[in-house]
Design a protein around this ligand. Structure first.
Ligand code: HEC
Ligand code: HEC
Length: 325
């Protein structure tokens, strides 16, 4: 089967092909760029870029070019993969990322939070704001291995992950850093820190006034986020404030939320590594205490049997009626 035929089958399996020509071109670029639509020139460019990287690792550029010539002659994706793999399998391969956890140093929570506020507005939203504010400080103050991480890794988390309104991206970006800093297979602290952060968030009346001095919209109306979900957090606020989701006010509000999340995480980690903060284990609110007694489990890894199937620490009554009332 030719490569094009294979890709056609792949597309037929995974994508509904009922869209317009222009949409199709756009989608094709999105879904299969790197396979189907690349011209020989762009493949050659990529191979040369690969050779450049390999040069740095002390591998022969000539071997790589020979491989790329063979590949172009063969012209098949399998060929590309095979030759590249062979070239990469040399003993000079750099080691991968060091194991977790990675080093944390005491950071200024306000500086970190203000960075998050600015990155929200100047870069691309909440995921980058929280992740990159912490990452950029760690790159500056610790260096390696933080320097190996790309700045835009959490870009996709904006607006509740790619606009889907699920987890608040500020929480997602921060949780990613928390995992890197505190991961330990034998200690659930990193999970507790994240869990704590999420229910702290749900209880907050956002936005705080902490970033008013750098904001064009000081003293904004506040509303409880209700859950760690972008959708409830943003909608509750927009309805309370009478603001449009597309407004500058809303952006300022979310930038402050990202700032506050980062402020909280930085403060918690400073105290955690100073030995003065123990991540609290989740405790249900009064309203749902009885729900959870029957509908455990009480931990993320289901180490104990749970009654009546349910996982999660969100406020049940946001979505359910109390069938015991
Ligand atoms: C005394 C124990 C108990 C308490 C307290 C309790 N539940 Fe239940 N719940 C049950 C049992 C038993 C079922 C039925 C389970 C089954 O059929 O597997 C159930 C079923 C449910 C279901 C499934 C919906 C359905 O109609 O089948 C939901 C949702 C639920 N409970 C939510 C809650 C929430 C929210 C609370 C607190 C506000 C709560 N429960 C409190 C015992 C309890
Ligand atoms: C964001 C909304 C949301 C929140 C918050 C939420 N649930 Fe649910 N829950 C759902 C939905 C949706 C279903 C599926 C219900 C259905 O299909 O009828 C469900 C199903 C359930 C079921 C039935 C599961 C099964 O396998 O039978 C239980 C029990 C339940 N939830 C308990 C809880 C408890 C306890 C809490 C709080 C700790 C909670 N839920 C919080 C949305 C939510």
């Amino acid at each position: 089967m030719t490569l094009l035929a294979k890709l056609a089958t792949f597309r037929a399996l995974f994508f509904d092909d009922g869209f317009s020509g222009r949409e199709q071109a756009r989608q094709r670029h999105f879904c299969t760029s790197g396979f189907q639509t690349q011209s020989t020139t762009s493949i050659q460019m990529e191979v040369n870029m690969g050779a450049h990287e390999l040069d740095k690792q002390g591998l022969s550029r000539r071997n790589m070019l020979a491989a790329s010539a063979a590949m172009l002659a063969g012209g098949a994706a399998a060929g590309i993969a095979a030759t590249t793999a062979t070239a990469l399998a040399g003993p000079e391969m750099p080691e991968g990322a060091p194991p977790l956890p990675w080093k944390w140093v005491t950071l200024d929570p306000l500086e970190a939070g203000q960075r998050a506020y600015r990155f929200y507005l100047e870069k691309d939203g909440c995921g980058t704001a929280s992740y990159l504010s912490l990452l950029s400080l760690l790159k500056e103050k610790v260096g390696y291995p933080w320097t190996t991480l790309p700045d835009m890794m959490m870009s996709h988390a904006a607006a509740g992950y790619a606009g889907h309104g699920t987890l608040c991206g500020a929480l997602g970006g921060a949780a990613c850093i928390i995992n890197l800093v505190a991961y330990d297979p034998k200690d659930p602290a990193f999970r507790q820190i994240i869990d704590r952060l999420f229910y702290w968030y749900a209880e907050q009346d956002f936005p705080s006034n902490r970033f008013d001095d750098i904001s064009e919209f000081p003293n904004q109306v506040k509303a409880k986020a209700m859950s760690p979900l972008c959708h409830t957090s943003v909608s509750k606020w927009a309805m309370t404030a009478g603001a449009k989701i597309s407004s500058e006010e809303k952006k300022a509000r979310c930038a402050k939320v990202a700032g506050e999340v980062v402020y909280m995480v930085t403060q918690a980690f400073n105290e955690y590594f100073a030995g003065t903060w123990v991540p609290p284990v989740w405790k249900p609110s009064e309203e749902i205490e009885h729900c959870v007694k029957c509908h455990g489990p009480d931990d993320a890894s289901h180490s104990r049997p749970s009654k009546f199937n349910q996982q999660g620490h969100m406020e049940c009554l946001m979505c359910h009626d109390d069938h015991m009332a």
